[in-house]
Write a new protein. Structure first.
Length: 163
Protein backbone atom coordinates (compact mmCIF):
# COMPACT_ATOMS: atom_id res chain seq x y z
CA UNK A 1 0.00 0.00 0.00
CA UNK A 2 1.67 3.17 -1.24
CA UNK A 3 0.28 6.33 0.41
CA UNK A 4 0.77 9.98 -0.49
CA UNK A 5 -0.39 12.94 1.60
CA UNK A 6 -0.68 16.36 0.02
CA UNK A 7 -1.68 19.74 1.41
CA UNK A 8 -4.38 20.98 -0.96
CA UNK A 9 -4.00 24.29 -2.78
CA UNK A 10 -6.42 26.47 -4.69
CA UNK A 11 -5.78 24.32 -7.76
CA UNK A 12 -7.02 21.26 -5.84
CA UNK A 13 -10.48 22.64 -5.11
CA UNK A 14 -12.22 19.86 -7.07
CA UNK A 15 -10.61 17.21 -4.83
CA UNK A 16 -11.82 19.05 -1.74
CA UNK A 17 -15.32 19.54 -3.17
CA UNK A 18 -15.61 15.87 -4.13
CA UNK A 19 -14.64 14.60 -0.69
CA UNK A 20 -16.60 17.21 1.25
CA UNK A 21 -19.84 16.48 -0.61
CA UNK A 22 -19.30 12.73 -0.25
CA UNK A 23 -18.70 13.00 3.50
CA UNK A 24 -21.89 15.02 3.98
CA UNK A 25 -23.85 12.58 1.85
CA UNK A 26 -22.64 9.47 3.70
CA UNK A 27 -22.35 10.73 7.28
CA UNK A 28 -24.38 13.91 7.69
CA UNK A 29 -24.63 13.63 11.48
CA UNK A 30 -20.86 14.05 11.82
CA UNK A 31 -20.61 17.53 10.31
CA UNK A 32 -22.08 20.93 11.10
CA UNK A 33 -22.89 21.90 7.52
CA UNK A 34 -25.45 20.20 5.34
CA UNK A 35 -25.10 18.71 1.89
CA UNK A 36 -27.71 21.17 0.65
CA UNK A 37 -25.73 24.16 1.95
CA UNK A 38 -22.48 23.08 0.36
CA UNK A 39 -24.09 21.97 -2.90
CA UNK A 40 -25.05 25.62 -3.43
CA UNK A 41 -21.45 26.86 -3.13
CA UNK A 42 -19.94 28.37 -6.24
CA UNK A 43 -16.67 27.06 -7.66
CA UNK A 44 -15.00 30.30 -6.54
CA UNK A 45 -16.11 29.62 -2.95
CA UNK A 46 -14.59 26.12 -3.12
CA UNK A 47 -11.36 27.63 -4.45
CA UNK A 48 -11.25 30.18 -1.61
CA UNK A 49 -11.61 27.43 1.01
CA UNK A 50 -8.53 25.64 -0.32
CA UNK A 51 -6.54 28.90 -0.38
CA UNK A 52 -7.35 30.08 3.16
CA UNK A 53 -4.67 31.57 5.44
CA UNK A 54 -6.29 30.13 8.58
CA UNK A 55 -7.15 26.69 7.27
CA UNK A 56 -5.28 23.77 5.72
CA UNK A 57 -6.68 20.64 4.11
CA UNK A 58 -4.66 17.46 3.72
CA UNK A 59 -5.74 14.68 1.37
CA UNK A 60 -4.41 11.14 1.21
CA UNK A 61 -4.12 8.90 -1.83
CA UNK A 62 -3.56 5.14 -1.70
CA UNK A 63 -1.95 3.63 -4.77
CA UNK A 64 -2.99 6.73 -6.72
CA UNK A 65 -6.65 6.65 -5.58
CA UNK A 66 -8.12 9.45 -3.47
CA UNK A 67 -8.84 7.88 -0.07
CA UNK A 68 -9.64 10.69 2.37
CA UNK A 69 -8.90 14.03 3.96
CA UNK A 70 -8.53 15.95 7.18
CA UNK A 71 -8.23 19.63 7.91
CA UNK A 72 -7.10 22.13 10.46
CA UNK A 73 -8.39 25.57 11.29
CA UNK A 74 -6.72 28.21 13.43
CA UNK A 75 -9.38 29.27 15.95
CA UNK A 76 -6.81 31.75 17.22
CA UNK A 77 -3.01 32.00 17.39
CA UNK A 78 -2.73 29.30 20.10
CA UNK A 79 -5.63 26.95 19.29
CA UNK A 80 -6.07 24.76 16.21
CA UNK A 81 -9.26 22.83 15.53
CA UNK A 82 -9.04 19.57 13.62
CA UNK A 83 -12.04 19.14 11.32
CA UNK A 84 -13.38 17.21 8.38
CA UNK A 85 -11.75 13.83 8.97
CA UNK A 86 -13.11 11.52 6.31
CA UNK A 87 -11.82 8.24 4.94
CA UNK A 88 -13.69 6.59 2.09
CA UNK A 89 -15.26 3.26 3.08
CA UNK A 90 -12.93 0.96 1.09
CA UNK A 91 -9.93 2.52 2.87
CA UNK A 92 -11.18 2.56 6.46
CA UNK A 93 -9.51 0.65 9.29
CA UNK A 94 -6.13 0.80 7.55
CA UNK A 95 -4.50 3.53 9.65
CA UNK A 96 -5.10 6.39 7.20
CA UNK A 97 -6.76 8.63 9.78
CA UNK A 98 -3.71 8.20 11.99
CA UNK A 99 -1.41 9.05 9.06
CA UNK A 100 -3.39 12.22 8.36
CA UNK A 101 -3.30 13.25 12.02
CA UNK A 102 0.45 12.63 12.18
CA UNK A 103 0.89 14.81 9.08
CA UNK A 104 -1.16 17.59 10.67
CA UNK A 105 0.82 17.42 13.91
CA UNK A 106 4.09 17.43 11.94
CA UNK A 107 2.95 20.56 10.11
CA UNK A 108 2.03 22.23 13.41
CA UNK A 109 5.39 21.44 15.05
CA UNK A 110 6.81 24.39 13.10
CA UNK A 111 4.38 26.75 14.83
CA UNK A 112 5.57 27.26 18.41
CA UNK A 113 2.57 29.49 19.18
CA UNK A 114 0.12 26.55 19.01
CA UNK A 115 -0.63 25.33 22.54
CA UNK A 116 -3.83 23.35 22.01
CA UNK A 117 -5.40 21.03 19.45
CA UNK A 118 -9.16 20.57 19.45
CA UNK A 119 -11.53 18.22 17.73
CA UNK A 120 -15.31 18.10 17.90
CA UNK A 121 -17.08 14.77 17.35
CA UNK A 122 -20.52 13.28 17.82
CA UNK A 123 -21.02 10.22 20.07
CA UNK A 124 -21.85 8.13 16.98
CA UNK A 125 -18.31 8.59 15.61
CA UNK A 126 -16.85 5.77 17.68
CA UNK A 127 -13.87 4.90 15.42
CA UNK A 128 -12.85 8.58 15.21
CA UNK A 129 -13.26 8.98 18.98
CA UNK A 130 -11.06 5.93 19.58
CA UNK A 131 -8.40 7.27 17.21
CA UNK A 132 -8.30 10.69 18.85
CA UNK A 133 -8.06 9.19 22.34
CA UNK A 134 -5.26 6.89 21.15
CA UNK A 135 -3.46 10.00 19.83
CA UNK A 136 -3.66 11.69 23.25
CA UNK A 137 -6.87 13.72 23.03
CA UNK A 138 -9.06 13.88 26.15
CA UNK A 139 -12.73 14.76 26.53
CA UNK A 140 -13.28 18.31 27.78
CA UNK A 141 -17.03 18.89 27.51
CA UNK A 142 -20.21 17.51 25.98
CA UNK A 143 -22.32 20.12 24.17
CA UNK A 144 -25.95 18.99 23.87
CA UNK A 145 -27.77 19.57 20.58
CA UNK A 146 -25.00 21.54 18.86
CA UNK A 147 -24.16 19.82 15.58
CA UNK A 148 -26.92 20.14 13.04
CA UNK A 149 -27.49 18.14 9.95
CA UNK A 150 -30.55 18.17 7.74
CA UNK A 151 -32.32 20.18 10.43
CA UNK A 152 -31.51 17.75 13.24
CA UNK A 153 -29.46 18.43 16.36
CA UNK A 154 -26.84 16.10 17.76
CA UNK A 155 -24.67 16.19 20.83
CA UNK A 156 -21.09 17.20 20.24
CA UNK A 157 -18.05 16.30 22.30
CA UNK A 158 -14.98 18.51 22.50
CA UNK A 159 -11.66 16.68 22.79
CA UNK A 160 -8.35 18.49 23.32
CA UNK A 161 -4.64 17.82 23.58
CA UNK A 162 -1.38 19.71 23.82
CA UNK A 163 0.78 19.18 20.71
Amino acid sequence: MNSTIKKLTRDDWKVYKELRLQMLSEEPQAYSQTLEELSERSNDEWKEKTASNVMSILAIWIDGKLAGMNGLFYENKETVAIWGMFIRKPHRRKGLGKKLMEAIEKELKNDAAVKKLRVYITPSQVPAWQLYVKLGFAEVVKIPGKTRSNGEKYDEILLEKTP
